[in-house]
Design a protein around this ligand. Structure first.
Ligand code: S3P
Length: 175
């Protein structure tokens, strides 16, 4: 039986795209914390931020993550800030092998700002905000991750397969 896979990483690192492909490769069900939050409220992420504030959003995020502890056969893509709360970090570890998708900051920034759907970057100087947030979170991704994968020099279509190989190597080392 394959383990669950949990993707963490900063906005724009490709968690959802890679997660979907990982689900196809493994036969697991793909879940995305942001999608689950949107479903519970029937509101977009920017609307949730503007109605409930970041704390309200984080409460919904925590509930979604904690509800997944004990569920088998999933690939979970977590929001970039899901690692901020200790309770979430503990739950993510329990859910599955935690894989940090990383990439060059310029690439992350370009991807993260492409859609305009990331409320935390809706500031007068998005690049400065991005750099500050990334610097404040890197150590959390690093300390939580079982596996880190830097996709900067990997073709997009190869990332999921390589991430899966890394995860399976991690599992055989651990067992
Ligand atoms: C956030 C990242 C977003 C989303 C929300 C907050 C963050 O998810 O959860 O806008 O705090 O980094 P993605 O990482 O999928 O963009």
């Amino acid at each position: 039986m394959l383990p669950n896979f949990v993707l963490i990483g900063f906005m724009g690192c490709g968690k959802s795209t890679v997660g979907r492909k990982l689900a196809t490769l493994t036969g697991h069900r793909f879940l995305d914390t942001d999608d689950a939050i949107v479903e519970t409220r029937n509101l977009s992420i920017p609307d949730i931020f503007s109605k409930l504030g970041e704390d309200g959003f984080r409460d919904l995020e925590q509930r979604v993550i904690e509800d997944l502890v004990g569920v088998a056969g999933i690939v979970l893509s977590s929001g970039g800030g899901a690692i901020l709360r200790e309770q979430n970090r503990e739950a993510l570890k329990k859910i599955g092998i935690v894989m940090w998708l990383d990439a060059d900051p310029d690439i992350l920034f370009e991807r993260a700002t492409r859609t305009g759907k990331r409320p935390l970057l809706n500031t007068p100087n998005p690049r400065e905000t991005f750099d500050t947030l990334l610097a404040s979170r890197r150590h959390l991704y690093e300390s939580l991750a079982d596996v880190r994968f830097d996709s900067t020099h990997t073709e997009q279509e190869d990332v999921a397969r390589k991430v899966l190989e890394e995860a399976m190597r991690f599992r055989s080392r651990r067992n």
